[in-house]
Design a protein around this ligand. Structure first.
Ligand code: PGA
Length: 219
């Protein structure tokens, strides 16, 4: 059986109470026996809350950050560095099309972010927008997220997404190739059944713990 990663990207959503409720409700679903790996990426401020809950309840859920500083410790106001993230998370999303656009991330900055993540033993989940997106060395998990599919209810066609996976895997050594963009419980299996797709990155539909649990079950 192939390894399957199901990643929740909450983006800049949920308040403190909602984040606490989410983790309580989600861990109530009986997902103990699933071999699928579940990674939740909340806003930075909720990482400590989720981390304590996960430890207290001996849950297998892993945590990820949604970004990382391209610098180490130092005078970088507003940044959160890899060493700080490592205390709470094992993964970090890098190069999402939203941060590329809104924070003007360049390929050079993204390369530094990957390097900072790797230095701190964080696994980068590196987002690409198509097969021509530059991928820095050290990236082992790639998330293909075509911009037209993000938050639109208009996912890519699973065959086309699989084809991108095939191309990427033929060009470089990749552990996991994920698909992201309008994934819901009703379509997730169409993607995860594809030979080159090893999981999904879920935005909108991950905000509801019930819907996200259904995605994990159906994947
Ligand atoms: P979506 O977002 O599931 O809301 O389309 C996916 C993403 O941007 O990671």
């Amino acid at each position: 059986m192939k390894r399957l990663l199901i990643v929740a990207n909450w983006k800049s959503n949920l308040n403190r109470q909602e984040a606490g409720e989410w983790i309580k409700r989600f861990t109530n679903y009986d997902l103990r026996f699933t071999s699928k790996e579940i990674i939740v990426c909340p806003s930075f401020v909720y990482l400590p809350i989720l981390k304590s809950y996960i430890l207290d309840h001996k849950s297998a859920i892993k945590l990820g950050a949604q970004n990382i500083s391209s610098f180490g410790e130092g005078a970088h106001t507003g940044d959160i560095n890899g060493e700080q993230i490592k205390e709470f998370a094992d993964y970090v999303i890098i190069g999402h099309s939203e941060t590329r656009k809104e924070l003007n991330e360049t390929d050079e900055m993204l390369k530094e972010k990957v390097s900072e993540a790797c230095k701190n033993n964080l696994n980068p989940i590196y987002c690409i927008q198509d097969e021509s997106t530059l991928i820095p060395d050290g990236v082992k998990i790639i998330a293909y997220e075509p911009v037209f599919a993000i938050g639109t209810g208009n996912p890519d066609n699973p065959e086309d997404a699989n084809k991108v996976g095939e191309i990427i895997k033929s060009q470089r050594e990749v552990d996991l190739f994920l698909y992201g963009g309008s994934v819901i419980a009703e379509n997730v299996h169409e993607f995860t059944k594809m030979p080159e797709i090893d999981g999904v990155l879920v935005g909108g539909a991950s905000l509801d713990p019930h819907k996200f649990a259904e995605i994990v079950k159906n994947a």
